[in-house]
Design a protein around this ligand. Structure first.
Ligand code: MN
Ligand code: MN
Length: 318
């Protein structure tokens, strides 16, 4: 049971549009707060998009996701799960990046998440572009490589961009495998689609044992069957969940830098998360929400709705 200090503000007590927005209306606290060490799940913003190779904007993601997250209520509609009563959840603020220096930003992000790991706080991160996952994994996978369930329309497994630039949002998981942060045989990528530069990323996956479920296979087999395979691949060992909002069809999630048509709808976007219940999830992220392209705010609302699903999966019975 969680401490009432960590319960979110209810819409019955203060209307959702009122107050200073924090993730899911949870208490906001920083590392110097006396209750910091009592936090079990930390919601963290990483307002950073220096890895973006195309249309920028995810640096503005955490602020809009926080605002949209005030719409989230306390109870899961299907399972009845009440995650905020299961564990102490809190908004731990944003990592301050250095928007002019990728390496310095990654060092700052890793240092922030190191501190969470030392306090046994599991992070649920709001990005940021997808390069964000790499410095997070450097903190979470220090002692052993992790498995990963990765939802995306892209593999993000490229070697480099622009003649040798190794750190972009198209390369994080190539680096993570090279650095021993991920066990490629326990990695599954779901929803992959769109026109391609070439097959270099697919070749890397084949050579290392990463399982790619292209969108045709996803729709042929359906959510339940694909997600059962995902569960089998990561097994009962520690795993990370990385969720790029461009997994979802741009009809439902236009607010992102690199959209790809022909994707899952917003219901399927939630369904895939529900199938993660019971896995040993050491951390999760929601990345690539780009408010400048999210004219209706609907992409951010879908993003935080997915974050609530991920939170419930992280706190489900094992
Ligand atoms: Mn991605
Ligand atoms: Mn993507």
């Amino acid at each position: 049971m969680s401490d009432p200090f960590f319960h979110p503000v209810s819409g019955f007590d203060l209307p959702r549009f009122a107050g200073v927005p924090s993730f899911m209306r949870l208490p906001h606290l920083t590392a110097d707060h006396p209750r910091f060490a009592d936090v079990e799940i930390g919601l963290v913003g990483v307002p950073w998009d220096s890895g973006t190779t195309n249309r920028p904007g995810p640096r503005h993601g955490p602020r809009q996701l926080r605002d949209a997250s005030t719409m989230i209520r306390a109870q899961h509609p299907v399972t009845g799960q009440r995650p905020f009563e299961t564990a102490n959840c809190a908004d731990l603020g944003d990592v301050g990046p250095n928007p002019a220096d990728i390496q310095d930003s990654m060092a700052r992000i890793t240092a922030f998440f190191d501190q969470l790991a030392q306090n046994e706080i599991r992070p649920l991160t709001a990005g940021g572009d997808h390069l964000t996952s790499l410095p997070v994994l450097r903190a979470l996978a220090k002692n052993r490589p992790l498995g990963m369930v990765h939802f995306d329309s892209h593999t993000d497994l490229f070697h480099s961009y622009f003649g040798g630039t190794m750190y972009t949002h198209g390369t994080p998981f190539r680096r993570a495998v090279e650095e021993g942060l991920l066990d490629p045989k326990r990695v599954i990528q779901i929803g992959i689609r769109g026109t391609m530069y070439d097959a270099e990323d697919r070749d890397f996956a084949k050579a290392t044992g990463i399982r790619i479920v292209e969108i045709e296979e996803f729709f042929d087999r359906g959510v339940a069957d694909v997600m059962q395979e995902a569960r089998d691949i990561v097994g009962d060992q520690p795993a990370y969940v990385s969720y790029d909002i461009d997994f979802v069809d741009p009809t439902y999630a236009p607010g992102t830098g690199t959209p790809e048509v022909g994707g899952p709808n917003s219901f399927q976007a939630l369904q895939v998360c529900r199938a993660l219940a019971g896995l040993d999830i050491v951390g999760a992220d929601m990345v690539e929400v780009s408010p400048p392209f999210d004219a209706s705010g609907g992409t951010a609302f879908l993003g935080v709705s997915i974050m609530f699903e991920l939170l419930c999966a992280m706190l489900s019975e094992r």
